[in-house]
Write a protein that binds this ligand. Structure first.
Ligand code: HSE
Length: 379
């Protein structure tokens, strides 16, 4: 297989290094934005050099972002080249469109590295559907926020200090908003729900609350009561279709998610016959993520032509299909909160079961009035 890499950053460099050790996969072109002396002989700044080279059969897109990655992927698919991508933003936003284009051109589009970095999540989700019905997917799908929550629990440190540590270690982005506000995990959930349930989910339609406002005082209250707080993603089949949400969640100390430390991920599906299966590992990083890109290339080389899901139309998410109690801390309690309050924990209150959409909509609105407001679902 002759591969053209689009991008030569952390993941692209990893793909190149893995392929250097193999005779069946050869990286023969690399699209770069700046000079890379170590690959000068095969580097190009022109996508045309790749699209017009008939010897290249597969394009591996590891540049990130939606534009110009989308236009490059379209050009590659239209030129009859298979595409492998690690780009979750691109797949969450344009996965249906690009899958249709790949089918039209008789080529493959694989994106295993887009969710869970190096974890073989999407491929196993795809496999389980061959013999069972998936009822639920989700879990810990963002390493940066898991690192922050874990460090706050184990060291008692404040959010800002732990975030700075995550940035110093290279886990969090320089602008960590996509991690701590939940956009990154929401994208991964949208892609996973699409594959699990053969639906197309608009990522921004998923109710989401991040961890930006959690305090060490909240964590102390949780620990004292035997709970661990994690940012969890959940999507499930429900009576009216599919529901999905992302929120800080209090899990009992003995549950598998509670034991996930540092920047690891734990992603789970539940299927009717097989029950729960979970996948643990590094959800980011050079060789884990590059490994999944190369595995996708090997699958295509081995003749795999199937797509992850047969998605044809956008699906509206069911509202308030799930209800559970919440921990809520706000300096501006209102009539709604008072009407559902059943207990007090430290600086916060516990509610009776409230619909997820209702609560997360309320919490988002409350942030305008009280920017320090924090909520966590209780599982
Ligand atoms: N920022 C992401 C994370 C990287 O922390 O999980 C992988 O998507």
């Amino acid at each position: 297989m002759q591969i053209a890499l689009l991008g030569f950053g952390v993941v692209g460099g990893g793909v190149y290094a893995i392929c250097q050790d193999r005779s069946d996969l050869r990286v023969t072109r690399v699209l770069v934005r700046s000079d890379k002396p170590e690959i000068a002989a095969i580097a190009t700044r022109s996508m045309d050099d790749i699209v017009n080279d008939p010897a290249i059969d597969t394009v591996a897109e590891v540049m990130g972002g939606i534009h110009p990655a989308k236009e490059y992927v379209e050009a590659a698919l239209n030129a009859g080249k298979h595409v492998v991508t690690a780009n979750k933003a691109l797949i969450a936003a344009c996965g249906d469109e690009l899958t249709a284009l790949a089918k039209k051109n008789g080529v493959s589009l694989r994106c295993t590295a887009a969710v869970g970095g190096g974890i073989p999540w999407l491929v196993n989700l795809e496999r389980i559907k061959r013999l069972d019905t998936v009822s639920e997917v989700g879990g810990i799908m963002n390493g940066t926020t898991n690192f922050i929550m874990d460090a706050m629990h184990t060291s008692g440190a404040a959010f800002g200090d732990v975030l700075a540590q995550a940035q110093a270690l290279g886990y969090a982005e320089a602008d960590p908003s996509a991690d701590i506000d939940g956009d990154d995990i929401r994208r991964k959930l949208a892609i996973s729900a699409g594959v699990a349930f053969d639906v197309s989910v608009e990522e921004t339609a998923i109710p989401t609350f991040g961890i930006r406002t959690v305090t060490d005082g909240d964590i102390t209250a949780f620990r004292q009561r035997g709970f661990v707080c994690k940012l969890l993603a959940t999507a499930m089949r429900c009576q009216d279709g599919v529901c999905a949400f992302v929120e800080p969640t209090l899990v009992r100390a003995g549950e598998p998610e509670a034991a996930v430390g540092a920047n690891y991920n734990l992603i789970t599906y539940t299927a009717d016959r097989i029950g729960r299966q979970s996948f643990f590992g590094q959800g980011a990083g050079r060789f884990p993520t590059a490994g999944n890109v190369v595995q996708d290339c090997l699958d295509i080389l081995g003749g795999k032509t199937a797509f992850y899901a047969d998605i044809s139309r956008r699906t509206s998410l069911a509202e308030d299909a799930v209800s559970h109690p919440y921990y809520v801390r706000t300096a501006a309690p209102d009539e709604f909160l008072r009407s559902v309050t059943v207990d007090t924990w430290g600086g916060g209150v516990i509610t009776s079961a409230v619909g997820v959409d209702t609560m997360l909509r309320w919490a988002k609105a409350k942030l305008q009035e009280d920017p320090g407001c924090f909520v966590a679902g209780i599982r």
